[in-house]
Ligand binder design. Structure first.
Ligand code: SME
Length: 161
């Protein structure tokens, strides 16, 4: 696929719109779910300059387990309700954190992270995992990221489980 990039001068809303059909075709008919999620994280990471870390945590029992990602190494397991990821799972909603240092219970996989967005991935009514994106800058994520990533969450949902 042709990977859109912020360097092209497009707004981030335009980049998310361009990414949607690209991600749909990238994962269509792929039985290798780990590989497909790895490719989605690679595409997202290369499309946005402010994506310092992006990847997936997958629900296993009462925990989130680390899935495919791009960026620095990350923690393997997050309990329900813990950190931004565990809270987004527990509350079944997207959480945008403008300053991770102010988020009670934030799990600092990297000390460089300054803002974060976590989007639940639903399979039916159940949360099957989350998309997690970190930035090295404060206030990187807004409603445009929320809307874009929630659309992507719906597209990649079949890859969870
Ligand atoms: N910061 C996350 C943990 C995962 S890392 O950012 C990759 C959290 O608080 O849940």
């Amino acid at each position: 696929m042709n990977i859109p990039t912020q360097k092209s001068g497009d707004s981030k809303a335009q980049i998310y719109e361009q990414l949607i059909p690209g991600i749909e075709s990238l994962i269509k008919g792929v039985d290798n779910h780990v590989g497909a999620l790895a490719n989605v994280s690679a595409v997202l990471h290369s499309s946005f300059r402010y994506y310092f870390w992006c990847g997936f945590y997958i629900v296993k029992g009462d925990s989130l387990e680390l899935g495919p990602f791009q960026g620095e190494m990350a923690c393997y397991t997050i309990k329900k309700g813990c950190g931004v990821c565990g809270k987004a799972w527990e509350e079944r909603r997207t959480i945008v954190v403008p300053d991770v240092l102010q988020f009670p219970g934030h799990i600092a996989c990297s000390s460089k992270s300054r803002s974060e967005i976590v989007v639940p991935v639903f399979k039916g009514v159940e949360v099957a995992g989350v998309i997690d994106v970190d930035s090295e800058a404060y206030n990187s994520f807004d409603d445009v990221d929320k809307v874009g990533l929630e659309k992507i969450a719906r597209i990649i949902s079949p890859l969870f489980g």
